[in-house]
Design a protein around this ligand. Sequence first.
Ligand SMILES: [Zn+2]
Length: 245
Amino acid sequence: MGGFADAQPGEQVLAILGFHKIGGPPAGCVDTWFYVSEATFSGLLSRLQENAWHVIDLQTFLVGLAAPASLPRRSVLLTFDDGYQSMRQVALPWLLRFGYPGLLFVPTDFIGKSNEFDAGVEPPEAICDWDDLRELERQGVSVQSHGASHRRFSELASAELEAELRRSKATLEAGLGKPVEVIAYPFGDSGVNQQAVERALERTGYRAACLYRGGPNRLPIANPYRLARLAIGPDTNLQAVLEGG
Ligand SMILES: [Zn+2]
């Protein structure tokens, strides 16, 4: 191995990996790039372990935003979008085997329903209900916001955006009894007027927001509302993308 262990000597980085679905599609449905098989997923976790990347939890990340020196030199956040039930059934057992925490971004209008926001594009998949979300929280997967209606921020008027941000946060905080301070932009769309979106995020109590593109983030983080995320699919060469930051 070795390879990327010493790829960026002296540089402190935070790589945020962005997953959607772990496991295969439902019977009879088409396989898409957003499905990462169990074998691929567990292989990626092994690569992180072998190459001494430190998988950190949400609290460590939030502390590290203000105090980057508190973070390991090569930190990783494992993030998952949309909150599919496969998160509890398929991904969680692997995370527990490795002792890795994670972050799950859930569009709150769809809790206990399915991914209607992907209709005609991705196969229908069940989204976690409250019981699933509470179990994930108990097991080290922090549930955070992915908006409420999963609409693109660039399609929302400013009042709609603010209502969306407040509703998603309030719903999760009431249902889970803990603070919600991080969001992943639906479709990775951070809006038309980035400054206005960032002010709305700040006003409504969010401390960080994840995009869905880019490479590892260099520390200190320049703008916590524009965190780059590595989009992970079945064909992703993890070594290459981690080196390429
Ligand atoms: Zn999404």
